[in-house]
Write a protein that binds this ligand. Structure first.
Ligand code: DHE
Length: 533
């Protein structure tokens, strides 16, 4: 991805060019002559298919079908085609396409497909590939290093994953992944297995001890992300297409249940994100097209919501297969859509925001309603937020995809106590319990090569690093001790740069193919407050 510069703007304001274009697009949609019908598919093949799939079912970009464009009006779609979409890999096409062609494309993506492929239990189960019987795996690792200081590094340049020894900072393995992995790698609670999700729905289970893929399954056509239950028994996959959640048995990825994402009034929705809330023994799910937040308990004693379904995990997973009710969703009505969310330390409250809103919401999962609003304009990227302590109080800090600031929120009063100006809007932020510093990138702005370091005691930026001038540099991750920080140079011929977390001195560089995210086993399995969950 080439990050594009997005000019900072007033909190909550829609981009002025965007508004102007949306208005122009509205006039066009009503006034301009329509291109010959056959031109739109040709234009689509030429300009859109590489990212959104020849069949419009999604690839690196999302599926472009009427049912997946729910919240986007046609005029806005035309504006996106012309100008691109902030914080995504969608570039503008106004320099290549004229207004009439843009209009034809906007019409085209709202045309229903004659057949949207069915992706139910049968198709999912048929896609499953078991490469190794999990029961035959040895109990000890094949290598000697600290098993909890391993990193999984996703390289999207050539769709590979590198498994990195975090002590020696040397690769243990590098393997071909599914196409376009996205979202954080998730680990089993002991840190032995890593689960990866691709945008086109594949879930891969990989064994770090024996350095091999155990099983794979295609759980969706266009997938958002996957969560692993804190007890390691279940995976929950959130899909954009079809509008479903899919529960898998973590042992060998056997599908357990397809949960249709249908709201109170019968409308269906894409999933924005599903995460695990360990103390609740639940998955929490945010939705893009329905104003509801779902909680799906998975604990065996979650009695009332299981509708009397008696589950015996030890007897085997086959009894859960089909449309049985092992997993039931508790639905909470909320006043807005949530595109992203973040938990407080107790997992009782969720901070969420829609990408186009101006306010964040705090939803209490026990009281089951919104309990506060947060001043969070400019597309907060809450999934990248961190929690830290200062003067005995808990704060969360989050970057914004459209504003050159880091917002710092008091987690008791929910007020924004500081907005730390940065060199540009950023995607990712990381801290660590053993470090007083947080590392942020500003990769959505013109200073895309800069990494800024915030002292969490003073809430000031104290250092700006430019380890690869002119190249997109983003996504920090600490090692388990909080002593080293890894940063990605996200270019085709990119690299991973290792820094000393205290002195900020460079330690090492490892060449990689567009490395994006990297995930430390210890930090992830301990739900470090400085990392994503
Ligand atoms: Fe991500 C995580 C949504 C674009 C790289 N991204 C996530 C998660 C969500 C999300 C919901 C949390 C999933 C999880 O970890 O379980 N991402 C979105 C979007 O809505 C957005 C803006 C548009 C889209 O294309 O879907 C988007 N994301 C991108 C990119 O363009 C990035 C930079 C490059 C890429 O390869 O797609 C990108 N997203 C990432 C990464 C994570 C991620 C590296 C994991 C962060 C982490 O540290 O946990």
């Amino acid at each position: 991805m080439k990050a594009r510069f997005i000019a900072p703007q007033a909190p909550g304001a829609a981009h002025p060019n965007r508004l102007a274009f949306a208005f122009a697009a509205l006039l066009l949609l009503t006034a301009a002559p329509v291109l010959a019908a056959e031109d739109a598919p040709r234009l689509y093949t030429e300009h859109c298919a590489a990212c959104h799939g020849a069949d419009r079912l999604g690839a690196i970009g999302p599926a472009l079908l009427p049912e997946n464009l729910g919240r986007l009006k046609k005029t806005e779609a035309a504006a996106v085609i012309a100008q691109g979409r902030p914080a995504t890999q969608m570039p503008g096409h106004a320099d290549k396409l004229n207004a009439e062609q843009i209009k034809a494309l906007a019409e085209y993506v709202y045309t229903p497909l004659p057949n949207v492929p069915k992706w139910g239990m049968e198709e999912i189960a048929a896609s499953r590939i078991v490469k190794v019987d999990p029961a035959t795996l040895p109990s000890e690792p094949l290598w000697r290093t600290d098993p909890l200081n391993i990193f999984t590094v996703v390289e999207t340049g050539d769709h590979h994953v590198t498994i990195l020894d975090g002590d020696a900072m040397k690769p243990l393995d590098r393997f071909q992944s599914r196409f376009a992995l996205h979202g954080g790698a998730k680990y089993s609670p002991d840190g032995r297995f890593v689960y990866l999700a691709s945008r086109d729905g594949w879930i891969t289970k990989y064994d770090l001890y024996t350095l091999q893929i155990v099983a794979e399954i295609r759980a969706g056509v266009n997938t958002r992300n996957v969560a692993v239950s804190h007890d390691g028994r279940f995976l929950m996959v959130g899909n954009m297409l079809p509008h479903t959640l899919v529960a898998l048995d973590a042992r060998d990825l056997t599908p357990m249940q397809v949960i249709p994402v249908v709201g109170d009034k019968g409308a269906t929705s894409r999933v924005s994100a599903v995460y695990t809330a360990p103390p609740r023994g639940s998955f929490i799910v945010a939705l893009k097209d329905i104003k509801e937040l779902w909680e799906i308990p998975y604990a065996d004693d979650a009695g009332p919501v299981l509708n009397g379904f008696v589950h015996s995990y030890e007897k085997g997973h086959e009894e859960g297969i089909g449309t049985g009710g092992r997993f039931q969703a508790l639905r909470i009505q909320i006043p807005d859509y949530l595109d992203d969310f973040f938990f407080d330390q107790t997992y009782e409250r969720v901070m969420g925001a829609s990408r186009d809103g101006t306010k964040g919401l705090v939803v209490d999962l026990d009281i089951k309603r919104k309990v506060a609003e947060i001043d969070l304009p400019g597309m907060p990227h809450l999934g990248s937020g961190i929690i830290f302590k200062k003067d005995g109080k808990d704060y969360m800090a989050t970057p914004h995809l459209k504003e050159a600031v880091i917002s710092v929120i008091d987690m008791k009063s929910w007020s924004t106590v500081k907005r730390i100006p940065t060199l540009g809007p950023g995607f990712f932020m990381r801290g660590h319990e053993n470090s007083p510093y947080a590392w942020v990138d500003v990769s959505m702005g013109k200073d895309k090569d800069a990494i800024q370091i915030i002292d969490l005691r003073s809430l000031e930026i104290i250092e700006t690093l430019r380890p690869a001038p002119g190249r997109t540099t983003a996504h920090a991750e600490f090692d388990r001790w909080g002593k080293k920080v890894l940063i990605s140079v996200m270019e085709a011929d990119g690299e991973l740069i290792v820094f000393d977390a205290g002195s900020f001195a460079e330690i090492k560089r490892l060449p990689m193919k567009r490395p994006v995210g990297k995930y430390n086993v210890f930090n992830k399995i301990n739900y470090s407050s400085g990392t994503s969950h």
